[in-house]
Design a binder for this molecule. Structure first.
Ligand SMILES: NC(=O)c1ccc[n+]([C@@H]2O[C@H](COP(=O)([O-])OP(=O)(O)OC[C@H]3O[C@@H](n4cnc5c(N)ncnc54)[C@H](O)[C@@H]3O)[C@@H](O)[C@H]2O)c1
Length: 576
């Protein structure tokens, strides 16, 4: 049986040990006391039971547990005969160096030594081992909780060789996780750097009296689609953790000075959910309830100003060759649950708009937020993102452009700006600037197919804005229809009632089309499927999933995508 060692059985270590055990490895788990190890094994057992209940574990819980062998305060014993060591001890460079020196002394010469550090230099840790082992020292940065979070950042230090990176990429895949390779040992790697920029911009907007924490969170959630607002996430994870990581990164030259609004909370020991109060108040320490963050507040702040510093950081990482653009976006989507990566967001917001926001930050005195040369270059070349067909990514000629051109031909005069409303089933809808009617467009043929009067679809658009799918039911015969069919063709009537349908349905069948719409970042294939809704009608829609993972009858869930700053909504389904 392949064997690995996990050193440190705390928050991260026990989760990492569980993952390797589930993947079939014998795991040597070590920590400084029997008590800590007992607690870790108990937590692993509880977690495994949950995994089993969800049907994600074929083996018995006891079989997986039996592969984890505790070693009390014995790094040397634990690393005997292993092919990989993952260190997850406290975030203290001296402790880590001691552990690495010991692991180096006792582990087989070919073993890879990985550290789960969030903020310390991989290169410095590598210097604690003998020179011939240094190429085998690498960062393997899991996210909390490791069992649930899909991302692992694999970080190359100065000495790390490609073979080691390849091995750790393979281990990561065997654990069922998504690897992202970080080519340079920069403080905070990808995810924590981008998060730190967002935390800082949020914090300074509040510190300067330009926004309230609630407004920042409303913008982040309702305009950009983050699952949690910036301050809410700080409360959730622990403001003390954020201060600690930010300070460690600052020591290594990252970012500007500490922002007083977050620093104050740390000094007051108002760490968030764990202490019962942070930026929001909670019923009791450790008890999380979602605070009420009114959606209306999202109009109080320009999302581009809030996100531009994070985009700037992503541009820097790309220009410096720290990671590819796809990996930067993937890391942020998987590590922070953003619906889009920072480079994708930049393309949507417009590179010129982002540059302007960064210039505003610079003029407020934040010199480190001067627009990155890569952003300036894109702006200069007119690569402004989606609206020009190219930014960080290339986009097919946009449907807006195609429809504008068609209308211009039709009317024989230029059209200023076309108002796009929704895209449904690959059928984009625009408002005809002349007649006010809604135009449905056949994307394949770029042909205006048919028009509907505006008010007939407003309920549908309104529903999507609330994250709901609406359908019509004929008041006479009771038949149900899904847009673009709105009226009842049987009764030839528009006497129909709008109703809300469930956000979950059952996939009946699907087909794979090899033309991917730009909004589908995850998969190379573009799937269109028929989804049976519980109300008794079918919806044809995009399915955002790897086609190999689809099964007839599987449950799929509605995803509504609102574009920041644009009057544009798209929806699709993804596996529930
Ligand atoms: N908690 C997170 O969200 C998170 C996320 C990603 C990475 N990390 C990183 O993972 C590492 C561990 O963090 P954590 O949150 O699990 O910390 P933790 O405090 O929960 O666990 C650390 C464990 O290491 C043990 N330890 C200390 N010295 C040791 C030694 N010499 N030998 C063996 N064990 C020793 C401690 O007893 C403790 O159980 C840190 O480097 C941290 O930066 C943490």
């Amino acid at each position: 049986m392949p064997r690995v060692a996990v050193i440190g059985a705390g928050t991260m270590g026990h989760g990492i040990a569980e993952l390797f055990a589930m993947a079939g490895y014998e795991v040597h788990l070590t920590d400084i006391s029997q008590e800590i190890l007992d607690k870790a094994l108990k937590s692993i057992e509880e977690s495994l039971k949950k995994v089993k209940e969800r049907g994600l574990l074929k083996e018995d819980v006891s079989a997986v547990l039996s592969r984890i062998k505790p070693f009390v305060n014995d790094v040397c014993g634990a690393v005997g005969g292993v092919e990989l060591v993952v260190e997850a001890v406290v975030e203290d460079i001296e402790v880590k160096k001691r552990v690495f020196a010991e692991a180096d002394r006792c582990a087989p010469p070919e073993a890879v030594l990985a550290t789960n550090t969030s903020s310390l230099p991989i290169t410095e840790i590598a210097e604690a081992v003998r020179p011939d082992r240094r190429p085998k020292v690498v960062g393997m940065h899991f996210f909390n909780p490791p069992v649930l979070m899909p991302l692992v950042e694999i970080v190359k230090g100065k000495y790390t060789n490609d073979e080691t990176v390849k091995k750790v990429v393979d281990y990561t895949k065997k654990l069922g996780k998504e690897p992202v390779v970080v080519n340079k040992d920069v403080p905070g790697f990808i995810v924590n750097r981008i998060l730190a920029r967002l935390n800082d911009s949020a914090c300074w907007l509040v510190a300067r009296g330009l926004a309230t924490p609630e407004a920042v969170d409303a913008v982040a959630m309702y305009k950009v689609g983050l699952p949690m607002g910036v301050f809410l996430l700080l409360d959730f994870v622990g403001i003390d953790v954020a201060c600690f990581v930010a300070e460690a990164m600052r020591k290594r030259g990252f970012g500007g000075g500490p922002c007083p609004v977050i620093a104050e909370k740390c000094q007051q020991k108002k760490y968030g959910v764990k202490t019962g109060e942070g930026f929001y108040k909670y019923p009791a320490p450790g008890k999380f309830t979602r605070p009420n963050i009114p959606k209306e507040l999202s109009d109080k702040l320009n999302p581009v100003v809030l996100f531009a510093p994070a985009v700037n950081e992503a541009a820097y990482l790309l220009r410096e060759g720290v990671a590819t653009r796809e990996d930067i976006d993937k890391a942020v989507k998987l590590g922070l649950n953003w619906p889009k990566g920072p480079l994708e967001l930049a393309d949507e917001m417009g590179i010129d708009t982002v540059v302007k926001a960064l210039e505003e930050w610079t003029s407020m005195g934040f010199k480190e937020l001067a627009p990155d040369p890569l952003l300036l270059q894109l702006a200069k070349e007119g690569k402004l993102g989606r609206k020009t067909g190219e930014g960080f990514y290339k986009y097919a000629k946009s449907v807006v452009t195609a429809v504008t051109e068609t209308l211009e031909k039709l009317y024989g005069e230029p059209i200023k700006q076309l108002e796009s409303l929704i895209t449904a089933t690959g059928v984009p809808v625009y408002r005809d600037p002349r007649s006010g009617a809604l135009l449905w467009v056949d994307v394949r043929e770029m042909r205006l197919r048919f028009t509907l009067s505006v008010n007939k679809l407003e309920k549908f658009v309104e529903g999507l804005q609330r994250g709901r799918l609406m359908y019509t039911q004929c008041r006479r015969c009771g038949a149900k229809y899904f847009p673009p069919q709105v009226d009842c063709p049987k009764c030839k009537t528009s006497d129909v009632e709008w109703r809300e349908t469930s956000t979950e349905g059952e996939l009946i069948t699907w087909t794979v089309i090899n033309v991917k719409p730009a909004s589908f970042s995850h998969h190379s294939d573009y799937v269109v499927g028929i989804v049976k809704m519980p109300d008794g009608f079918n919806v044809t829609a995009w399915i955002d999933a790897d086609p190999k993972a689809l099964k007839p009858g599987m449950k799929v869930r509605l995803v509504v995508d609102r574009r920041p700053g644009e009057n544009y909504i798209t929806y699709w389904f993804k596996p529930a």
